[in-house]
Write a new protein. Structure first.
Length: 169
């Protein structure tokens, strides 16, 4: 009877070990799926923020024209108009900073901030952007300031995009 009890205890121990192993595999699968869902949700939220900013800025001819005027010649605007566009830019750059940190921690695919860098490359030489960055850069985290400053001195070539096209109007 002792041998049967020992065999039964060993069998129960083996089955218990298998149950733990199966549950760990299940938890691993669930964790992987949860990570994937979190990354997807984060990417969607980031893109939604950018989309909303662009839709708002492009929703009216007056807003678009005013923003372009800020970019190309901020000194031609009143102080209040410049502040309005600095605030608009700041909202966008807070989202950029957030995407930068989310990509560093692995929550956001690093291709998204790299794509957003193209926006910075496209405006980095515009007087309005220079005014914005000079007046607001101290508000950002040091690592992000350094990151943007490196982008500003970068020689990466991008298309002239919409800002160059509007210069000829």
């Amino acid at each position: 009877m002792k041998i049967k009890l020992k065999k039964l205890a060993l069998l129960v121990e083996i089955l218990g070990g298998l149950a733990i192993l199966i549950s760990l595999v299940f938890v691993g699968i669930q964790l992987k799926e949860n990570t994937k869902a979190t990354r997807s949700s984060t990417a969607t939220a980031t893109i939604d923020t950018m989309t909303n900013w662009y839709v708002t800025m492009g929703a009216s001819e007056e807003t678009s024209r005013s923003f372009y005027r800020f970019l190309s010649n901020p000194e031609s605007m009143t102080k209040e108009e410049r502040i309005q566009h600095i605030y608009n830019f700041h909202g966008l750059f807070l989202a950029f900073q957030n995407s930068y940190y989310l990509s560093l921690e692995g929550t956001l695919d690093d291709r998204i901030p790299k794509s957003l860098n193209q926006v910075i490359y496209g405006v980095k030489d515009q007087p309005g952007f220079k005014l914005y960055w000079k007046s607001r850069k101290s508000i950002f985290f040091e690592e992000y300031r350094d990151y943007v400053d490196d982008l500003l001195i970068s020689e990466d070539i991008v298309s002239d995009g919409v800002y160059k096209a509007m210069d000829s109007d």
